[in-house]
Design a protein around this ligand. Structure first.
Ligand code: F6P
Length: 495
């Protein structure tokens, strides 16, 4: 008997019937934590499924794996190192927390120094980084930095020069501070962009361009070698993975834009979820329940994708942030022991912003043949000052979509019928502040972890990105053994 068979054997009941059969259903599958209301009642989770998933999680040693994560053991087995993003929030092994605190102190001192004018006038922050060294800080600044207005912040990731040129058009080189964010300090795109910013400053007559650089990295020596003075290198622990890194110095643009107090509140919000994840029983553990639903759909109902929709303009970057977090963490075909996974890996994460997405992709969600678990993320307190009808309409649309997906509607005309029974979950935030955003992201991180443990995947490496990098480097050097199609494309582009 496979260890999934107990789960697969359970009856599949329509969502509306689950609600009819159990008056306690809403209470059973919703909970409140750190300013967020989690509602998983419109998924097909049942008490029996949760029990079966909890048994599977136990057979995978979830509790021990979770403890090992917080204890700083080498849970990233393929790279033989600990995973220390929770320690950045003060949760976990004391000695690792102490190192992170030391690094945070340096960040804080530099925030203060910049504010006190140590770099002369600074009105523009230009952050270059890619992947986890851009998506997290970008989400934070975009979500929370709008009204802070302390600096103009641009986050540039693409090696396409148009991305930098757009910023050059708006920024004053003499009042710009360059943040070079790269965990490894070897990433081609980031270093090329950083070099081009230095060239732009130099051409504009900035006296000491390297003196206006702060490096955010786990490889301080490499940053110094590149030209940054070590007093302006903000290190972080090697155990912090790129997609888990905005709690570290990679979050420096957010600390500058929002102020240090907000940055700390974000860490505290995340720490609250860390403690919940450590201590709550599985049947009331938000990240675990969410992961059980994820796994039910990917493994039992064969859903290939999942789609979070942010019903809040401030969270418009959340879906792309989650794409990296979920797909780079759990998009793998082998287990921690190097065996073929033999089952689907993580779902493909896609999504968008409501209400826009309703007028573009929701057709498929309501009537397409694919099963797509949908997630609504909304905020009760509006971010805008327009008449309240805007925010009411926004929230009512989110709620109505979830209801429509579940309920469906029969009509004589099949083209106008809706099958219903389509699952969704809702995360309803009281307000969008630093604390709540920190909590929200920590929730997603732990959900990814539980998915990985149950699938027996190492969620913390990303070797899948290496081959493409190697081949691009070979192409840049004019070498590489390429197929006829690729060779022809190169010839057409470069002659
Ligand atoms: O290529 C993937 C990746 O390694 C991501 O995991 C990472 O977030 C990104 O590149 C950037 O890496 P770095 O911070 O080392 O520049």
């Amino acid at each position: 008997m496979s260890d999934w068979s107990a789960i697969e054997a359970l009856p599949q009941t329509r969502l509306t019937e689950l609600f009819e059969a159990d008056p306690e259903r809403l209470g059973r599958f919703s909970l409140d934590l750190a300013g967020i209301h989690f509602d998983w009642s419109k998924t097909h989770l049942t008490p029996e499924l949760v029990t079966a998933f909890a048994a599977l999680a136990t057979s995978r040693d979830l509790a021990a794996r979770r403890d090992a994560l917080f204890a700083g053991e080498h849970v990233n087995v393929t790279e033989d190192r600990p995973v220390t993003h929770t320690h950045e929030r003060g949760e976990g092994a004391a000695e690792i927390v102490a190192v992170a605190r030391g690094y945070h102190d340096r960040m804080r001192q530099l925030v203060d120094a910049i504010e006190a004018g140590a770099f002369g006038p600074v009105s523009h922050i230009l952050h270059v980084g890619i992947g986890g060294s851009a998506l997290g800080p970008h989400l934070l600044v975009d979500a929370l930095g709008r009204e802070a207005g302390r600096y103009d912040v641009a986050i540039v990731s693409n090696v396409d020069g148009m991305a930098l040129e757009d910023v050059f058009g708006d920024f004053d080189p003499a009042a710009t501070l360059l943040l070079v964010a790269s965990k490894t300090f070897t990433t081609t795109e980031t270093l090329m962009n950083a070099d081009s910013v230095i060239a732009w400053m130099t051409e504009a007559g900035v006296e000491d361009p390297y003196g206006r650089v702060v490096a955010l990295t786990a490889q301080p020596d490499k940053a110094v070698e590149w030209g940054v003075d070590e007093t302006r290198v903000l290190p972080f622990n090697e155990g912090v993975g790129g997609r888990y890194s905005f709690w570290s110095s990679i979050g420096f643009p957010a600390a500058l834009a929002l102020g240090w107090d907000r940055f700390e509140e974000m860490l505290e919000g995340a720490a609250e979820v860390d403690r919940h994840f450590r201590l709550a029983a599985l049947h009331e553990n938000a990240p675990a329940l969410a992961a059980f639903a994820d796994l039910y759909y990917t493994q039992v109902r064969h859903a290939e994708t999942r789609a979070p929709f942010a019903y809040d303009e401030r969270l418009r970057l959340l879906p792309s942030y989650l794409q990296q977090l979920e797909m780079e963490s759990n998009g793998k075909g082998v287990t921690v022991d190097g065996q073929p996974l033999g089952r689907p890996s993580a779902a493909i994460t896609w999504g968008g912003v409501g209400t826009d997405a309703q007028h573009a992709v929701f057709q498929l969600l309501h009537q397409g043949t694919h099963l797509v678990p949908v997630e609504f993320i909304a905020v009760i307190e509006p971010g805008d000052t327009l008449p309240e009808e805007h925010h009411r309409a926004l929230l009512n649309n989110a709620f109505a979509q979830g209801a429509a997906l579940m309920k469906g509607k029969q009509a004589d005309d099949p083209a106008r019928s809706y099958s219903g029974d389509r699952p969704s979950s809702t995360l309803l935030l009281d307000q969008l502040d630093a604390r709540t955003l920190g909590a929200l992201i920590a929730f997603y991180e732990h959900r990814v972890f539980v998915n990985g443990v149950i699938l027996q995947i190492n969620s913390f490496d990303q070797f899948g990105v290496e081959l493409g990098k190697e081949m691009a480097k070979a192409a840049e050097k004019g070498g590489g053994d390429f197929d006829p199609s690729t060779t022809d494309l190169m010839k057409r582009a470069f002659g």
